[in-house]
Design a protein around this ligand. Structure first.
Ligand SMILES: Nc1nc2c(ncn2[C@@H]2O[C@H](COP(=O)(O)O[C@H]3[C@@H](O)[C@H](n4cnc5c(=O)[nH]c(N)nc54)O[C@@H]3COP(=O)(O)O)[C@@H](O)[C@H]2O)c(=O)[nH]1
Length: 949
């Protein structure tokens, strides 16, 4: 089978016959070849399977398949018409031939033909039913059916050939010629089918004509053969044209499909690459956009007609000028351009585009179009940005190491080199584990580290690593495994900081927080922690511990006289000596100032023995501190007061213990310093009361809880000369509290000055009130002054201010001073008294007789009165010694020209004795107890003053 030359050339097919004749010059041989090779029934039946391997006549399998798929339906579609034609011709032929032939012969032939046609009919039915008919198979079946039909028609020439009637013979030949002519048109789509039909049909006729033997018959046979030859030639041309047509259509379809799929692929590729294309025809200002271009502008493909306005509308306003300028320049210069700009989608989101274009020119160089592409580079930009940030981050101050899955180093950053000393080249390829190794951790540590990393994907912690120079350094390390999308670990990343400085700072902070910077001893906080530990867990069962509260005696004086730097030197030396006095398990701490606390642990189970042990250590400390100190070349002697409190497992809280030791220390101070005292519960109770009172006292003045009571001072005649103002504290819970219970405390805590001025001012206000009333204008008021208040620098000024402010007659104010006050600093006392004296203030020496009571100092003081202490008055007439003392005091007063008053006069006998001994001025319960103002004034009214002679 061949195809036409042009077609074959175009499609690589050959028009050469499948079995070309070997020698064209030999006509009989050619004929034989044709008959044997080209027209042999066997050849016909197998032709569709034959593969032509001739290089110039190669038809692709696809083309063959396409040909088959076109041929078979055409052939089967021709069956109904063909059957009808066959049946009609057969019946007409049988009708005509029956005139001259036996019916039996015709019947046989008709039956044979009927079977062949029925076979074709059934074949058609089965073909129609086949869901996916296999073209080769159905073609072979078709050809077989045509061969059967051809044989049946060939038999017609043998069985229905009338021997004697030429017209009937001619009719037969005419019918067969018509039949084959019809087949030539319907079967030329497949030459094999055509030949399968025509050859047996005509060979039957030719054979019958030749066997008739007449010249006419031989001529007819020759004519039939010529007919066969020419119809075959026509059939070949028709067939070639049909095949070419089919293959052309097939090739066209293929090209179209290829083009379509190529277009589709390009569209997909553009969509995947976010690459749109455009063409701008400058002559008519029209734009063509690809689907993707629309999408890049945030629009559905071809939802609108692309235009310059649409293009510019999509550009970010800030980029419009740049875009217009770049494209304008390209248009003028005919140059290609590339520019990046933003596009704002209708929903407001922004995308980054890369726009490339080139100018198309006509033959004379005029710009006629701009073609180009637009690509969404938002993700790429983001990735580039991420990479840039990652690169910056990689070069952070943190050491970074990236390893492969074998934990072999792939990459390190500059900080890594800076910290470890290893260059990138030295590190890469080495195991990370080797870098992390140091003698600070055992193998278990590293095993757990890698295990945690493998199991949990990360490890964080502090690790000691080594630098290149062998120096170990602490690092805060973070190990993380990097997993790919499939969850498989692809890398490990180690980030670390050198925390050497942090560690140093932390140690410094710790020292500052827990140690006293001067002595380097544990400070109060650490002492409390240690004490807490000793109480909870530090002591074995039943074992005792002891807390020593140590306060230096007169340290303030050293500080004040020699300066703080000398005081600091002493504290440092004392800390050293103390440390030498205790065991390794014991703690010496500095509380602040000159206070130290020592915790002794592991003392005996036996209380007495533990007491002895603690006392022994305390004495050792006291003795050590009693040794002279050399402070900048000068000897200094110091002493301490030590309070001790013993404790056992969790018996007391830290605060309780400290309070106990402090109380004991306070006791030691009161016992004359350089003393050791153990905590005594009685003292403690007193201390607790004292502490409570102290707290209350601090708010008493503010809360107006103080008042003055007044006690009459009278002459023997009953003339009331005045009163002594005595302070009273109305405690909100405890009621009235006597001065003996709180005055000493106010002196200790320094509140006495403030309270003293309140007393003085209140008394002066009262004096002024009395002065304004003629009935009381003569009254004097005695006010007690505490030593601390009197020795205050501003005492005189303050008293003066009160006198001035209240507007009293200063001579009506009598300040009572004690002997101890006066003797404490005689010079200062005399100066102050003289200054006040000049204002008119009077002075009485209180509690006289209980102290020094020396004439020598009395003469130096500007006194007005001596007040005989009530302790002597109490035993008057009962105790001769007191009688003598009182008589002596009265004598001294008379000698010095001073007034004398006796206090504590409770009985008439006492008053009589005093009067008999020339003391005419009294104060005591006999005349009146200290009472509130109203009572005092009522008593005044009841006891009208008796005029003195
Ligand atoms: N610095 C200040 N000291 C003050 C002030 N007010 C009082 N005091 C001192 O408190 C001490 C006790 O005083 P008080 O309890 O008020 O006792 C006084 C009298 O009540 C008591 N007195 C007087 N007469 C008798 C008596 O016949 N019998 C007796 N048993 N006691 C009597 O004497 C105290 C007065 O003493 P004195 O001041 O020494 O004259 C006492 O030391 C007060 O000084 C104050 O405001 N400031």
């Amino acid at each position: 089978m061949g195809v036409s030359r042009p077609f074959a050339g175009k499609y690589g097919l050959s028009s050469a016959p499948l079995f070309p004749p070997q020698n064209h010059s030999l006509l009989p041989q050619t004929l034989i070849n044709r008959l044997l090779f080209r027209y042999a029934p066997f050849r016909l039946l197998t032709a569709c399977r034959t593969v032509n391997t001739h290089p110039k006549n190669v038809r692709t399998t696809a083309e063959t398949a396409a040909l088959r798929s076109q041929q078979v339906p055409i052939l089967y579609a021709s069956i109904p018409v063909s059957l009808l034609g066959n049946a009609l011709i057969a019946l007409i032929l049988a009708g005509i031939q029956s005139q001259v032939l036996a019916a039996s012969a015709l019947l046989i032939w008709l039956t044979v033909l009927g079977v062949a046609l029925a076979f074709r009919w059934l074949l058609l039915l089965r073909y129609r039913k086949a869901s996916q008919p296999e073209p080769d198979l159905w073609l072979r079946r078709f050809r077989l059916s045509m061969l059967a039909t051809g044989v049946a028609w060939g038999l017609a020439s043998i069985l229905t050939f009338p021997v004697n009637t030429l017209p009937h013979q001619a009719f037969l030949a005419f019918a067969i010629a018509g039949l084959t002519a019809g087949a030539n048109t319907t079967l030329s789509v497949d030459r094999q089918s055509l030949l399968a039909f025509t050859l047996p049909t005509l060979i039957g006729l030719i054979t019958r004509l030749l066997t008739a033997g007449t010249t006419m018959h031989i001529a007819m046979a020759a004519m039939v053969m010529l007919y066969l030859l020419f119809t075959d030639m026509i059939a070949r041309r028709t067939h070639a044209a049909i095949v070419e047509n089919i293959l052309l259509r097939h090739a066209g379809t293929l090209r179209e499909q290829a083009l379509r799929s190529s277009m589709e692929r390009m569209k997909q590729a553009q969509q995947i690459a976010h690459l749109g294309s455009f063409e701008w025809d400058l002559r008519n200002n029209t734009l063509q956009w690809s689907d993707e271009h629309f999408r890049l502008w945030g629009l559905p493909p071809h939802s609108t007609t692309p235009s310059q306005a649409l293009f510019l509308r999509g550009i970010h306003p800030d980029d419009t000028d740049k875009v217009a300028q770049t494209i304008g320049n390209a248009r003028r210069s005919r140059q290609r351009y590339t520019l990046n700009h933003r596009v704002v989608w209708p929903d407001g989101s922004e995308r980054y585009m890369q726009n490339r274009g080139e100018v198309v020119t006509d033959t004379v160089g005029n710009a006629v179009a701009i073609k180009g592409t637009v690509q969404d580079i938002t993700e790429r930009r983001q990735t580039e940005e991420d990479l840039r940030i990652a690169a910056i981050a990689f070069e952070s101050l943190e050491g970074i190491v990236i390893t492969d899955t074998q934990k072999l180093i792939l990459k390190v950053n500059r900080a890594f080199t800076h910290i470890t000393g290893y260059s990138s080249a030295e590190a890469i390829g080495n195991p990370l584990g080797a870098l992390l190794k140091s003698s600070y951790h055992d193998s278990d540590f590293y095993r757990q580290l890698w295990q945690t990393l493998d199991n949990e994907g990360s490890w964080q912690g502090e690790i000691w690593s080594s630098r290149k120079n062998g120096e170990a350094f602490p690092a805060a390390l973070n190990l993380t495994s990097v997993t790919a999308k499939d969850g498989v670990t692809s890398h490990y990343v180690a980030t670390f900081f050198d925390i050497t400085e942090q560690k140093k700072s932390a140690a410094l902070i710790h020292n500052l927080a827990f140690y006293d910077p001067l002595t380097e001893l544990p400070n109060r906080r650490q002492m409390q922690d240690k004490l807490q530990f000793a109480l909870l867990a530090g002591l074995k069962h039943h074992q005792h511990g002891a807390l020593l509260f140590i306060d230096l005696d007169k340290f303030k004086e050293l500080n004040d006289t020699k300066g703080h730097h000398i005081g600091d030197l002493l504290l440092v030396e004392i800390a050293k000596r103390m440390k030498r006095c205790v065991g390794n398990d014991d703690t010496v701490s500095r509380q602040g100032g000159d206070e130290f606390v020592v915790i002794l642990t592991h003392l005996s189970d036996d209380f007495d023995e533990a007491t002895a042990q603690a006392e022994q250590v305390a004495e050792k400390i006291r003795d050590a501190i009693n040794q002279p100190f050399n402070l900048q070349g000068q000897d200094h002697y110091s002493s301490t007061s030590i309070g001790i409190s013993l404790f056992r497992h969790n018996e007391f809280s830290v605060d309780e213990l400290l309070l106990r030791a402090d109380t004991a220390m306070y006791q030691a101070k009161r016992c004359g310093r350089n003393t050791i005292r153990f905590f005594d519960p009685t003292t403690h109770a007193a201390m607790e009361v004292r502490i409570g009172l102290e707290a209350d006292l601090r708010t008493a003045l503010l809360n107006n809880e103080f008042s003055l009571y007044y006690q009459i001072q009278t002459l023997d005649s009953g003339y009331i000369t005045g009163a002594e103002a005595l302070l009273r504290w109305h405690h909100p819970e405890q009621g009235l509290i006597a001065p003996v219970k709180f005055i000493p405390l106010t002196e200790e805590i320094g509140l006495i000055t403030e309270i003293g001025y309140w007393t003085l001012e209140t008394a002066c206000i009262q004096l002024k009130a009395w002065a304004d009333n003629p009935a009381t204008a003569h009254l004097q008021l005695s006010v007690n002054v505490s030593p601390r208040q009197f020795h205050q620098d501003q005492f005189v000024e303050k008293v003066s201010a009160i006198i001035t402010n209240t507007g009293i007659d200063a001579s009506k104010l009598k300040l009572e001073l004690t002997e101890s006050l006066v003797l404490d600093d005689m010079n200062d006392t005399i100066k102050k008294m003289n200054r006040l004296k000049k204002m008119g203030v009077q002075f009485s020496l209180d509690d006289f007789g209980t102290g020094y009571s020396s004439l020598s100092y009395l003469t130096q003081l500007p006194l007005d009165q001596l007040k005989i202490d009530k302790s002597f008055v109490h035993n008057l007439t009962l105790k001769n010694a007191d009688n003598v003392i009182v008589q002596t005091i009265i004598g001294m007063a008379i000698t010095l020209g001073l007034d004398v008053i006796a206090e504590g006069v409770e009985t008439a006998e006492q008053a009589a004795f005093l009067k008999a001994n020339y003391c005419y001025h009294y104060q005591g319960y006999l005349f009146g107890k200290p009472v509130p103002l109203a009572e005092f004034e009522a008593a005044l009214a009841d006891m009208p003053p008796i005029k003195q002679d």
